[in-house]
Design a protein around this ligand. Structure first.
Ligand SMILES: Cc1ncc(COP(=O)(O)O)c(C=O)c1O
Length: 393
């Protein structure tokens, strides 16, 4: 069976009523027949039938054994880090999502977990960084925001050889494009806020494990820490997943056209998109991703925050907002928005310059999106010409 058919039909018809749409069980508790005798549900933090459908669906989609839904992507990341103990060490991708950096550095280092940031685009760097304290390798591929690609299979082999867990944040690719567990990863997390839900209308996180044993540990943490996803948001995420493959195909098709257009623009220095043959790890992306995704980043020949701001402030279809993965296109300036919490030097070392712009390409017609970028770039060109003229006076 093809994936889209499988997704739609792995979401069960409600066994109680035949409802084709998963019912929203908006309840905090479940009546028991006798103390401890119930229908599999006792208290909605521990389990909820609507959330369970989402959890089982993402586990199937990622080829995992167990799935768990959290109140946000960061709550999902938090649950995975709670597998560790004081004294343990994490090797994390250097171009990491700003919120994960903040959580690792400002919360978990306080509890004795140390983090080493490494350029994981070369798997050998990971092997070189491992010590006997390393318990977890954390990668995103593609990364947020510079779309770096790491070789998941190669890093998984290094992790296995050293008895270290590998967790992949699969938010940018989505399971429609990439399945890290089939490449040897142990855990996958998602900000389901993005492509999985797909409509910019909720905040959610998911964890999928490759074994029941790991799944039981995450389940324990989910219940013990309590950052669960509510039933209505679970339902919205299920509804989003029903169209995931269709959306991802179109996001990627649009993004490829736009990335090729940006390559020709004189104001632009680098275009980061895994679907471009010029991308540093294009071949690896091709080997592990079915689609290259809907996010593009680019920076400017003149690394000037004001000029970059002029671009993102003058697009009309690309709305200036944090987040990505929704049906409507968004743009942002990471240095002032998503990646503001990363110290400037570290930000620059991972390629997030002051002029770096991130586009989340939506499902509008690609030609309209290109026209929108063209007119915003023209305004920025005028601004940079005026600036140069003023500087010359
Ligand atoms: C790659 C990645 N992982 C995790 C997160 C955190 O997800 P959330 O905002 O749902 O907490 C984000 C948010 O932008 C992200 O881009």
């Amino acid at each position: 069976m093809k994936e889209q058919t499988q997704i739609l039909h792995s979401i069960p018809v409600d066994p109680l009523t035949g409802s084709i749409s998963t019912p929203i069980y908006q309840t905090s508790t479940f009546v028991q027949d006798a103390p401890g005798v119930h229908k599999g549900y006792d208290y909605a933090r521990s389990n909820n039938p609507t959330r369970k459908v989402l959890e089982d669906t993402i586990a199937k989609l990622e080829n995992g054994t167990n799935g768990y839904a959290f109140a946000s992507g960061l709550a999902a990341i938090d649950a995975v880090i709670k597998l560790l103990e004081a004294g343990d060490e994490v090797i994390a991708v250097d171009d990491i999502y700003g919120g994960a950096f903040r959580l690792f550095t400002h919360i978990y280092q306080k509890f004795g977990i140390s983090i080493k940031y490494v350029d994981t685009t070369n798997a050998q760097n990971v092997a070189d960084a491992i010590t006997d304290k390393t318990k977890l390798i954390w990668i995103e591929s593609p990364t947020n925001p510079t779309l770096k690609i790491s070789d998941i299979k190669a890093i998984a082999a290094i992790a296995k050889a050293n008895d270290v867990l590998l967790c992949v944040d699969n938010t940018f690719a989505s399971p429609a494009a990439q399945k890290p567990l089939t490449l040897g990863a142990d855990i996958v997390i998602h900000s389901a806020t993005k492509y999985l839900a797909g409509h910019s209308d909720l905040i959610a996180g998911l964890v999928v494990t490759s074994t029941q044993e790991l799944g039981d540990k995450i389940k324990f943490i989910q219940n013990a820490s309590g950052a669960i996803l509510g039933p209505f948001d679970s339902w919205l995420a299920i509804r989003g997943i029903e169209t995931l493959t269709l959306r991802i195909k179109q996001h990627a098709e649009n993004a490829q056209k736009i990335a090729e257009f940006l390559l020709e623009e004189k104001l632009i220095k680098n275009v980061y998109y895994p679907g471009l043959p010029s991308h540093h790890n294009h071949e690896i992306a091709k080997s592990q991703q079915k689609y290259f995704g809907g996010v593009i980043a680019f920076d400017l020949v003149i690394d000037d925050k004001e000029i970059a701001s002029a671009i993102v402030s003058n697009t009309k279809l690309f709305k200036l907002a944090e987040s990505l993965g929704g049906v409507k296109s968004l743009c942002c300036l990471p240095c002032e928005m998503t990646h503001k919490s990363i110290p400037t030097e570290k930000r620059y070392s991972s390629g997030v310059t002051d002029s770096l712009i991130r586009l989340s390409v939506g499902l509008e017609d690609a030609d309209d999106l290109i026209e929108d970028l063209k007119q915003a770039l023209e305004i920025a060109v005028k601004q940079s010409t005026n600036k140069n003229a003023t500087a010359a006076v």
